[in-house]
Design a binder for this molecule. Structure first.
Ligand SMILES: [Zn+2]
Length: 180
């Protein structure tokens, strides 16, 4: 009887350790990876809508697709993960694009919206427009801010970078492996 009790206690302790480890494992996220992304269950990031800054958005899509070819325009047969639209919000501190997250449709997967803030973008050089479009798509792909001269830095320097850095690409790979 004593031996059985001891065995049970050991088993319980092991169970506790296991669950603690599982909790720790699920809480530890790789560096520069967000807790969320907008990629759908089919492995594509689909977008719909339109913007006056379409050429900059298209540039950003091509840049990310050259790294991992998953960003697609929504068709009649696919649901939307990201909606793009224009807005004008006079606010000096707000850079240009935000992502709204809503738990709607698409099997409970996040659906986001990228707003192009014309108030800010109309006076921003081309490189800056490209950078912010790439930056917000990076968030949609699950990447956090990365300090340094990366697309995912939290500011828009002049001149702005318009190419993904090794850090941007590595973080996108970690996000892919973490969320998939
Ligand atoms: Zn950001």
């Amino acid at each position: 009887m004593k031996k059985i009790k001891k065995l049970m206690a050991t088993a319980l302790a092991l169970l506790f350790l296991l669950s603690a480890f599982t909790m720790f494992a699920s809480a530890s996220r790789p560096a520069n990876v967000q807790s969320w992304w907008l990629v759908g269950r089919n492995g594509n990031l689909t977008w719909s809508g339109s913007t006056r800054y379409q050429s900059y958005f298209d540039f950003a899509v091509t840049a990310w697709n050259n790294h991992r070819n998953v960003i697609r325009r929504t068709t009649l047969f696919t649901s939307t993960d990201v909606i793009i639209a224009d807005d004008t919000i006079p606010n000096g501190s707000w850079v240009g694009i935000t992502i709204e997250r809503a738990f709607a449709g698409n099997g409970g997967i996040n659906v986001g919206r990228i707003w192009f803030n014309e108030w800010w973008l109309f006076k921003t050089p081309q490189a800056g427009r490209r950078m912010v479009a790439m930056h917000e798509l990076g968030h949609a792909l699950g990447v956090c801010h990365i300090p340094g001269s990366n697309i995912m830095q939290d500011r828009v320097p002049v001149p702005a970078p318009t190419a993904l850095s090794a850090n941007d690409r590595a973080a996108a790979n970690r996000a892919w492996n973490y969320h998939r």
